[in-house]
Design a protein around this ligand. Structure first.
Ligand code: BGC
Length: 761
């Protein structure tokens, strides 16, 4: 359980259910808090560091653009085998344009010099950070400071800060410094180099470039303030404006910084000109207008995107915190995906995993389905890289890299990365879900089918019909979701997802054959699919091998897990990755799971299992799971709720919901666990509301935690939006827009439509 973790940071519980409030500063916790206060819009990401630099605190700043990355030095291998990853990739830290500092009589107002009445609010409704503090100098003068920071949701290239200083008990000179660090050097990150710069009287346009990838980003920053007494100091490292202003007691001096970023991932001719023009544009629009635009965005967004919980404000805050960050990380331009920590920190260095398809898309697709197209187009954009990857490994078709920014495999731990072939089928599953929910034929016929066929082809040739198993189709030497089990044969999750994948590829083939033969021919020409290939898919899926253990009544995770060495789980830590504690040879023979594997399968392909089977599998695997991955607890919560383990379901939900807020895994300083945040929505909607989405339709099975009196949210299903208002005794489904649909709730069929717009169960 979370136990002492809850107590550790009681100060955060000032937070209200629509905002997260920090009133005390814990210098040792500054990395964690910089992630919690991250702002972003899927294109830009900005860590939540304070406005001023403080020499006594670690530098936790971070400014990222989705897709702008650097490659590390090539990996050195003792024995260079075919297909090993060449080098790592890192989202780079772009110019740190945030810095604003105020000085009184030469003394900086900063945390280590003692700020009073510090309050910082991450406001989910307004979509900004508002910070206020007082500072008294050693010379006895007090100022009040207010700063407001916004990363724009509508104008994804831009962000702005307003900084207001008011002398409380004196009139006289204060000094404000507004700085930009051109190339940030932070431990564990890669910097950029200045390629060119232009300054004018209001600011600077800087073009930065990475060394190895040669990727460029332009950053324009303009300033608005009374600048009659402003001196500009521009060095190679820093651009700084120093305002020396005489302020009357009670009167406010205001400085505004407007920043805009364009980069190589944007399709523009002149990125520095675009950045300059956009900064000038937002500067002209002005802070107040941009702020109300931002508020409108979020107001509108929450109409469908929100989950309202009555009965427990802490849970409400944590759920909104998750949804707020999920939307902030959603890439909406340039066909990008979302890294494991989004654009909130350096852990996983910006790389994309299966997290997007399996843990993030559920929330996006059931609230704002169209946004998922770009996420899938990212996969199409890197399909050629996946084809190359298949070839590098001696295969055919396409294999997506396990973790990468541009599609190139980066992980050296091949046994728990490249071996996670299930990523191909997770992508296929996401395409199924997208098509089933949106009916976007244009996407599937032009792009999705090509992905499906190429990845199906890889999987069908990656496996083999093995005589020893009666000629059944086996996929050997793989790694399933449980990354403690490597090189195993026939991971059940992988095999059954591949079966789903092959069947779905065949289905799309047949559908296109019927509806659009010309388009199908184009895809056939690109993928080289022929009759034999189709027959192979059918034969492999019909003969897919997996093991059901009759004695234990479970699906075996793979060919060996059940026969591995038993483990005393009390000797192992929970919620941390134990791979560094053991030699791999020891870990691989242990009966311990990192995260939900068969249990995940009983959720994702839940209609293949009876409730009794789900229970038996949960009972077997859950006690052997140490949740070394933050992706684990949400899935356990969902299945626990389904099988009636309500207290455990709630505990696991809380674990996911507070993972980053309480820094449960002690690594949130490296960025938020975005998939875990996606899991929080899944705990509520798939867990407590029991929503399942299958080919045959959608179903609900509501069971709210004792701590909640009600839970309200919206679901977009095939173009109709319904509101679900669940209470302890009754649940009301009402049609908000669209024609309605049929669904199953608590085992009974219902229909909702314009004539019958409300269903009570
Ligand atoms: C998990 C993976 C996940 C990755 C990125 C790992 O610890 O085991 O399933 O994709 O983190 O979030």
């Amino acid at each position: 359980g979370l136990g002492d973790v809850y107590k550790r940071q009681e100060y955060m519980m000032n937070s209200m259910n629509d905002r997260y409030i920090e009133t005390e500063i814990n210098a040792d916790d500054s990395g964690h808090i910089a992630s919690v206060f991250a702002l972003g819009n899927g294109y830009l990401g900005m860590r939540g560091t304070y406005d001023e630099d403080d020499e006594k605190l670690p530098d936790e700043s971070g400014m990222y653009i989705n897709g702008i990355f650097e490659t590390a030095e090539p990996y050195k291998y003792y024995c260079l085998c075919r297909g090993l990853a060449k080098c790592d990739q890192y989202t780079v830290n772009l110019p740190d344009w945030r810095i604003i500092e105020v000085y009184i009589d030469g003394e900086k107002a900063c945390i280590s010099n003692g700020l009073k009445n510090h309050k910082r609010v991450l406001d989910f409704k307004k979509g900004c950070i508002e910070r206020t503090f007082d500072f008294t100098s050693k010379t006895g003068k007090t100022i009040k400071v207010k700063s407001t920071r916004i990363v724009n949701m509508e104008r994804v290239h831009s962000a702005q800060i307003r900084y207001e200083v008011t002398p409380i008990d004196f009139s006289g000179e204060i000094e404000i410094k507004a700085a930009i660090v051109k190339n940030t050097w932070i431990y564990g990150t890669y910097p950029t180099y200045t390629e060119s710069e232009i300054t004018d009287k209001n600011g600077i346009v800087l073009v930065s470039k990475t060394k190895n990838t040669g990727m460029r980003a332009a950053c324009a920053v303009l300033h608005k303030a009374d600048d009659s007494q402003c001196e500009v100091v521009n060095t190679d490292e820093r651009y700084e404006r120093v305002y020396k202003v005489c302020v009357e007691q009670g009167k406010t001096f205001t400085l505004e910084k407007y920043a805009s970023f364009y980069s190589d991932v944007d399709n523009v001719d002149n990125m520095s000109e675009e950045a300059r023009a956009e900064a000038a544009n937002i500067c002209q629009i002005g802070f107040d207008n941009l702020q109300s635009e931002q508020e409108k965005f979020w107001e509108n967004y929450w109409k469908i995107g929100d989950v309202e919980i009555e009965g427990n404000d802490e849970d409400q805050m944590a759920v909104r915190f998750s949804l707020f960050h999920l939307r902030q990380q959603l890439a909406t331009v340039n066909d990008m995906s979302i890294g494991a920590t989004g654009l909130t920190g350096q852990n996983y260095s910006g790389k994309v995993f299966w997290d997007t398809e399996m843990y993030l898309m559920p929330y996006y697709i059931f609230t704002d389905p169209q946004t998922c197209k770009g996420l899938l187009m990212y996969r199409y954009r890197i399909l050629d890289k996946a084809r190359e990857r298949a070839e590098q490994l001696g295969g055919v078709g396409a294999l997506y890299s396990w973790c990468s920014i541009d599609g190139e495999e980066t992980s050296v731990v091949y046994e728990a990365s490249t071996a996670e072939y299930h990523i191909n089928s997770d992508i296929a599953y996401a395409i199924w879900r997208y098509y089933d929910l949106t009916g976007d034929r244009d996407f599937v016929y032009n792009y999705g089918a090509e992905i499906l066929f190429e990845t199906a082809k890889y999987m069908a040739h990656r496996g083999c019909f093995v005589d020893g198993y009666g000629g059944r189709f086996c996929i050997n030497a793989v790694c399933g979701p449980d990354e403690y089990a490597c090189g195993v044969n026939n991971n059940c999750y992988t095999n059954l997802m591949v079966r789903f994948h092959l069947n779905y590829a065949l289905r799309i083939y047949n559908e296109m054959l019927e509806n659009d033969k010309a388009k199908l021919d184009e895809v056939i020409a690109k993928t080289g699919i022929d009759k034999e290939e189709l027959a192979l898919w059918k034969k492999a899926s019909d003969n897919m091998y997996y093991r059901v253990n009759k004695e234990l009544g479970i699906y075996e995770q793979d060919d060996c897990f059940v026969y591995n060495d038993p483990v005393d789980m009390d000797t192992l830590p929970r919620h941390s990755d134990i791979r560094t504690m053991f030699h791999p040879l020891d870990l691989w023979r242990m009966q311990v799971l990192k995260q939900a594997d068969v249990v995940l399968l009983t959720f994702v392909l839940g209609d293949l299992f009876t409730k009794e089977e789900k229970k038996r599998n949960y009972d077997y695997y859950e006690p052997k799971t140490n949740h070394g991955s933050s992706l684990s607890t949400a899935i356990h919560s969902i299945i626990a709720n389904e099988i009636g383990y309500y207290d455990q379901a709630y505990e696991y939900f809380r674990n996911s919901a507070f993972m980053d807020i309480y820094d449960v895994k002690k690594n949130t300083s490296g960025g938020l666990h975005i998939a875990c945040l996606g899991g929080v929505w899944m705990c509520v909607v798939n867990g407590f509301l029991g929503m399942r989405h299958y080919d045959k339709g959608i179903e609900f099975n509501v069971h709210l935690p004792k701590a909640w009196t009600s839970c309200k949210c919206h679901i977009n299903y095939k173009g109709s939006v319904i509101e679900i208002c669940a209470g302890q005794k009754e649940t009301v489904f009402s049609l908000v827009s669209g024609d309605g649909f049929s669904f199953n709730a608590n085992g009974k069929e219902y229909s909702i439509d314009k004539d019958n717009a409300e269903v009570h169960i």
